[in-house]
Design a protein around this ligand. Structure first.
Ligand SMILES: [Zn+2]
Length: 671
């Protein structure tokens, strides 16, 4: 039997042979690969020899190579080019895979070998990287509960499975509330709405089977409605419905679910020997402790609140000029902020677009990587999964570094958003393996394809993640590339966005699609300034949510999360006219799963670092300072998870990050 996924790949640089693979190949390949992986795991766990780094940790690193292949091919096409068959496969694979991996992490024989090595670690004569991989492997098992015995072990399984089902209910309730509510708009209710919002409202109306345009609770529709609708009564009605998601007192109410989740998380942390869930969660992060997270958030909070308070006064005055008395409310902020934005720095998106051609922006992202790291990009002909995909061979001094694939255009078969993944991660063990890295975006197709400024930023962002993969230079795959702490992983990507803002980059690559003229200076300045607009509001709504998330997971779980939330907001003096970006009953980041629980802060943490890291270039004499570029590659882009994030940052910067550059960048303190 020759399943093309499991056979040798004879394509250039052994890129997955997409055109030879059919959907019917996935299920048998997955079954075969999981069985092979299980056999490898059993052989390691049952090995009669005394555990050694080679026969246990390295054997684990080398195991599952077939499974990696199947999953990298499958998840690439399932995310970027799905179809009903692939969706069905995904539903079928997802429980199988979670059972497969949790079977490994709860394998007691395997854990005993790892734990034995861990206790003898000082006598094993390991390299720094080996010691790190041993520590991470051991810690991963312990955190999954592998060290628990008897009753504690059984209770842990119960807690985990209850948490999983509560997370699912939370998500489903939220979806139901978002799906069920809509507000019909008569012609006279459309006042103030630009064409694109009216079109979106009409499309939503058709979808709901209404007789005309409607507002729904989808962020992409309600936010522009709140921004543009001159009807204060309708803004209030829509805002109240939006803020009440998950808290309507009916069968989709999420408040009790949130309380139970917090209680079970605390129990889970305590079963594992931690004082609180925040302590458990932050152990693997750069921040490490709740106090350090709070410190950072509060350093940002104070100036952000001061700016928001000052902005609120300006917006209130505008509202009074409109003849509306009383305080500025949460349903007024976006509306008056939009009026102010138009008056202060109107940026004509339509005039800007021709200057941001996709191909020129790709060139710009490559050119920056060339100046900074000496990388060169040459078009590569390879059979990929969709005709819109493009590939490049990445080299340095004539030596192969990686393959980079770009899949830039939106289509119905692609999920929304933008992402970067390694179809093959860099490693040197068990043999040299060069990365194959893909960026997937959702830009509108066109001839030529033109981007918005946000799109261009997304392109640089994802390319920053790609560099983290492509420049990786470690031995073991489990710590390669972006396998780093969650609050560190966005550093390379957010940092790379700064090069788009370098005036000489825009001047060279933002050229008009028809005339070839560079972007006029006045427009360039407007673009850069507009990025800072309304940052008091945006910072306040975000930081408030992050502080509530943190408070929920520190110490004992609150019996009533809603009153805990109110308490936190009162303590920090939350401005009246700003709501939390995500209030508890619809805070999916925190309650739909574990991903961002006690971790919502990490966006801000990374942003503090990227601003501080880019400032290092500016201090050293410019965005392309070669010494800084070298330090960035040596200490951050090539090192993966081989050392603690804090040590990596210290090695690059010579000190820990400070918030000043972020506050300046967001315009919250004077530059
Ligand atoms: Zn990212």
């Amino acid at each position: 039997m020759t399943n093309p996924i499991l056979s040798d790949w004879t394509t250039p640089f052994e890129i997955a042979p997409f055109t030879a693979i059919s959907d019917g190949d996935f299920a048998p390949a997955l079954d075969e690969a999981m069985a092979a992986h299980n056999a490898q795991i059993d052989a390691i766990a049952d090995n009669p020899d005394v555990p050694s780094f080679a026969n246990t940790i390295e054997a684990l690193e080398a195991a599952g190579e077939q499974l990696d292949r199947v999953l990298s091919v499958f998840f690439t096409v399932a995310g970027a080019d799905s179809n009903p068959k692939r969706e069905e496969l995904q539903r079928e694979f997802s429980p199988k895979l979670s059972a497969h991996f949790s079977g490994i992490s709860s394998n007691k024989d395997l854990f005993r070998r790892v734990a034995d090595l861990w206790h003898r670690r000082d006598d094993l004569d390991l390299s720094d990287e080996q010691a790190r991989v041993l520590m991470l492997t051991h810690r991963g098992f312990v955190r999954a509960g592998a060290a628990l015995e008897g009753e504690a072990d059984a209770r842990m399984q119960e807690v985990k499975s209850r948490l999983a089902s509560l997370g699912t209910s939370f998500t489903q309730n939220l979806l139901a509330d978002e799906r069920d509510w809509f507000m019909e708009l008569a012609e006279e209710d459309l006042d103030g709405l630009p064409d694109f919002v009216i079109a979106a409202a009409r499309a939503a109306g058709e979808e709901k089977g209404a007789n005309g345009p409607v507002v729904t609770l989808s962020r992409s529709l309600i936010v522009p409605f709140l921004q543009f609708s001159s009807r204060r009564d309708l803004r209030e009605k829509a805002y109240r419905a939006w803020a009440a998601r998950g808290a309507n007192g009916n069968e989709t109410d999420n408040r009790e679910i949130a309380a139970e989740i917090l209680t079970l998380r605390e129990e889970r942390a305590k079963l594992l020997g931690y004082d609180s869930f925040a302590e458990f969660k932050l152990e693997t992060e750069m921040a490490r402790s709740p106090d350090r997270v709070r410190d950072l958030l509060m350093q940002v909070w104070e100036p952000a609140k001061a700016r928001a308070d000052a902005d609120a006064d300006i917006l209130t005055a505008m509202m009074q000029e409109d003849g509306v008395n009383g305080p500025l409310e949460a349903w007024d902020w976006r509306y008056y902020a939009e009026k102010r934005r138009k008056a202060e720095h109107d940026l004509d998106e339509a005039a800007l677009k021709p200057y941001l051609q996709l191909d020129r922006m790709i060139e710009a992202s490559f050119a920056c990587a060339n100046r900074l790291f000496g990388l060169e990009f040459a078009s590569l002909d390879a059979p990929l999964y969709h005709p819109d995909c493009r590939a490049w061979e990445v080299t340095r001094n004539g030596k192969h570094v990686a393959v980079f694939i770009g899949d830039y255009f939106a289509r119905g078969s692609k999920r929304s958003g933008a992402w970067c993944s390694a179809m093959r991660a860099q490693a040197k063990f068990p043999e040299e393996q060069t990365p194959v890295v893909i960026n997937v975006c959702n830009f509108a197709k066109g001839d030529p394809a033109l981007l918005s400024y946000d799109d261009a930023r997304t392109l640089f962002h994802e390319f920053g993640h790609a560099l983290h993969q492509m420049l990786s230079n470690v031995t073991y795959e489990s710590i390669s590339g972006t396998s780093v702490a969650r609050d560190f992983v966005e550093l390379p990507s957010q940092l790379y966005e700064h090069w788009l803002e370098v005036p000489e980059v825009l001047a060279e690559y933002a050229t008009h699609a028809e005339t070839g003229e560079p972007m006029p200076q006045a427009m360039l300045e407007k673009v850069l300034k507009a990025a800072n607009f309304d940052q008091g509001f945006q910072t306040v709504e975000y930081v408030a949510s992050a502080l509530v998330d943190l408070a929920f997971h520190e110490g004992s779980a609150p019996a009533d999360p809603m009153s805990k939330q109110a308490e936190v907001l009162a303590e920090i003096g939350m401005p009246n006219a700003i709501g939390m970006r995500h209030a508890t009953p619809h805070f999916a980041h925190v309650f739909a799963g574990d991903g961002y629980s006690a971790g919502y802060y990490s966006y801000m943490w990374s942003e503090v670092m990227d601003a501080d890291a880019f400032a290092a270039f500016e201090e050293a004499g410019g965005a392309f300072d070669p010494e800084r570029a070298k330090a960035l590659e040596e200490n951050i882009l090539s090192t993966g998870g081989s050392r603690e994030a804090e040590d990596l940052y210290l090695a690059f910067r010579g000190r820990l990050p400070g918030v000043e550059a972020l506050l300046k960048g967001r315009g919250l303190i004077a530059a």
